[in-house]
Structure formats: structure tokens, C-alpha cells
Design a protein around this ligand. Sequence first.
Ligand SMILES: *[C@@H]1O[C@H](CO)[C@@H](O)[C@H](O)[C@H]1NC(C)=O
Ligand SMILES: *[C@@H]1O[C@H](CO)[C@@H](O)[C@H](O)[C@H]1NC(C)=O
Length: 487
Amino acid sequence: MKSLRPIRVAKEDGEKESQPLSPMARVFHEPNSNVYIVVIMGFKTPINSDVVKVNLAQTFLKHPRFSSLQVMDEENGGEMRWVRTEVNIDNHVIVPKLDPNMDCPDKFVEDYTSNLSKTTISRSMPMWDIHILKVKTSEAESTSILRVHHSIGDGTSLMSLLLSCTRKVSNPTELPTLPTLKKRNPNDSAGFWHLLLKLWMLVLLCWNTVVDVVIFLATILFLKDTKTRLKGASPVGSTARRFVHRTISLDDVKLVKNAMGSTVNDVMMAITQAGLSCYLNRKYGDDHQKDDEGAKGKNNLPKNIRLRATFCMNIRPSAGIPAFDDMTRKDSEARWGNHIGYVLFPFTIALKENPLDYVRDAKITGDRKKATLESKFTYFMARFFLNFCGTKMGNFPTQTTLWFSNVAGPQEEISYFGHPVTFIAPTLYGQPNALMIHVASYENKMKIILSADENIIPDPHQLCDDLQNSLSLIKDAVIKSKRAAEL
Ligand SMILES: *[C@@H]1O[C@H](CO)[C@@H](O)[C@H](O)[C@H]1NC(C)=O
Ligand SMILES: *[C@@H]1O[C@H](CO)[C@@H](O)[C@H](O)[C@H]1NC(C)=O
């Protein structure tokens, strides 16, 4: 915590607003995990920035976290506290003057967002801002980039706040709906075999959790992923990043999901595993090609690459859209904040003859990872490590190759302060790893968003292509095997 510069703020009377930061919020002030959430949104209409400002004052500014400074309390041993402040909305809404007829608007928006990752927000104001780019791109009439320091809250909290500012386009008085998690049918038949099965599941759960915790601890201490062209050597937290995103069809994903009896998440992990394998195979091929002309098109992957994703999971019981009053109420504060657990998700990096094998693999790992309390345990570990071992926890993500996060978005078309939304692309920067992949659903679409350290991954668009191609390959294989079954 030495790196923090104390800011003195006169204590308000009453003083009940001044709460200490939670341990998880403090993690994001560690030097190697000074993380910002970035939400890129595209709109079908030009943005009216005055309308956005007026509405933000009615929504974001009513939220205590978005109108509080994070202040170092020197009298209490450098503890950080939330202190309410007056917010000047003009400091938080940035509308650069742009040439609407510029040459490459897509490239401009991408560069602008990437440039943001080279900067931080001053702690002398609440740590969030929104950039409004009034320029037409290939995907949207206008774009906004919301940037929020991760100490303010996690992706789930932020998505809830953002969605509470939106309405269904089909019914402008109604809040959008999020997909609900299917609950397993509770079968209360209390037969002997049923009880035995339950007992067996419990034993399995305990065993899996013990195994996962041991691997997790080993990972923090020494167990690193293989060094590949996707992985940086050391913490790379503060380097500039490039954000690229791609839209795929959620219906295609569901087609595969239903055919394979898996989940949407399994399919997304399968696409990722296939895409990363293809990308790495090309890289190894390029390396070989210097001395071997025929390396192209072959399997160039070395055996036994250890490549894992740190899967960031929301550990709240549910992630609905709370009514705005609910979210800001003191007693419902448990919902707001940082409630993230980590699960280590191992990938098999290999080229498979049958693309469906990627889905089978991902389903096996996915099912295994459902039967563990790893995420709950790591959530408490984060607190434990922060209290006892300082920054060790902040360094652990560099041991794995990538971070992965899955965000469920609204199922209907929504409008944000009256502007119909074409896409929502959440991502992060400041985290100490070279690659972060988000997948976010919206309507019948799925956005894949990469946040890449360009020093290590100079061609993130290529990686996006590989992920997109993997879905096509898997989908084609599903259709083919369906046809074969019908004959
Ligand atoms: C990004 O930063 C570079 C270097 O400072 C600058 O030349 C460029 O114009 C910036 N791009 C955008 C889109 O802001
Ligand atoms: C519960 O389990 C019993 C025996 O395994 C089965 O016969 C019954 O159909 C199940 N009920 C439901 C609602 O799944």
C-alpha cells in the first residue's frame, strides 16, 4: 500500500458515509492489479451527450460508489475509505470534437480505446468516466466507452447498474430481462439409493475441492503455464492494451449446445480452446518455417503445453437487475461490490481431427468444474492473502495464460437513455496478464472481446478470426453429424 498517495479531505459532519473499502476492492489498488473495467457500447443513433449527462446525474450520481472518493485514512494506519463528494458531471463525461468524415473511423475508435488503457483516472475524483465518440463506424452510428476502476464494483454490479439505465425498445417502460440460470429439478424421493447417490456427490465435491485448492495454492506459489506466444514472462499490468471484439451468432452457439447436450459456456470454452490451438499452431509453424519450408498446414504444436484460463466467476447467488433503489440501499449493499471467485480452467492445446472433440473436452472440464467449491474458496483466499501476504495474490494471474469471463447480457433489444444499443462489449485493462477474453450475450448475438497486450500478442484481430472460425468448424461438424444421423 506504500504506492498510494494520501489525499486529505475534510471530514463531513455525520460521517456515516465514510465506509472502509472491502478487501477485494483494495486488491485493485495493488500496483500489479490496478484494474479498470471498460464497457464499449455501440448505438443505432447518434448520441445526444446532453441527454446522457442529465440522465447520468439521475442514476450514476445517486449511487454512493460513483459519487465517493477513495481516501487514505492516515489516522487509521492507511486504511482506505469511501468519502462522499460533490461531483461535477463535466469532469466525467468526455466528448472529443471529431471529424465526422474521418478516413478510418473503426481504426480511430479502436486506437482511442487503446490509448485510454495507457492512462488512469485521478483519485481526486470518483474513479469513473465516459467517453462519447460521435463518429459512425461499420457497426454503430456512435460509440460510448465507460471506464470504471474495478475497486468501485465488479462486472456483475456494473452490468446491473448499466442495465438499470436501459429499457426494452419494444416497451420503453420495462427493464430488460437477463437469462435465468436453470435450476436442477429437485427430486425429493428419499429412497436408499438416492441418498447414497447424494452422499457420493458430496464426497466427490469435497474431494474435487481439496484437489483444486491444492492446485490453486501450487499455482500461486510456483506452478506456471508453459511459456508460449500468448503468455508474457512477468507482470505486464501497466502496458498498453488493444481491445478488439467480434460478433458471433448466439443461435449458432445454441445449435451446438443443444446437439452436444452441453452449456453455452462449454461451447464458448470449446471455441476458445480450438481458437487458441489454431493460433499457437500457426505461431509455432512460423518459427519452424525458417528452416523447414513444409511446416505450413502441419501440426506444429509441441506436446504437453500447460495452458490454463483463470475463469472469473460471480459468486452471488443470483445476478438479476435490482431496482435502482434496492441497489443503493445500505442493507442491500451485499449485492454491490466485488464478489468474484476464481476457477482454474485447463485447456488441451492440440489440433483435433473432429472439431466436436473440442466441445466434448470442454464439457468434461466444465462438468468437473461445476462439482467444486474452488470459486468460493478462492474468494476467501483473496481476503486471506491480502491480509497476511500483501501483494502475492495480485501476482497470481501471471501464472496462467489468460483470464476468461462470461457476462450474461439482456435478451431483448435495449435502449440506453433513449439510444437503441447495437452491441455491448465489456473488457478490462491493468491486469497482469497478456490476454483476457470476455464473452457477452445480447439479444441473439454473442460478443467475443479480447484485451491483449500488444507487445506479446501483436495480432489480436488474427486471434479473433481464429475464434470465429472455430465456431464455424464446430457448427459445420454438428450439422454434418446430424445429417449423417438422419440418413
Ligand atoms: C493515440 O495516442 C497516440 C500517441 O499519443 C496519438 O498519436 C494518436 O493520435 C492517439 N489516437 C487517438 C485515436 O486518440
Ligand atoms: C424422481 O426420481 C424418481 C426415481 O428415480 C423418478 O421415478 C421420478 O420420475 C423423479 N421425479 C422427477 C420430478 O424428476
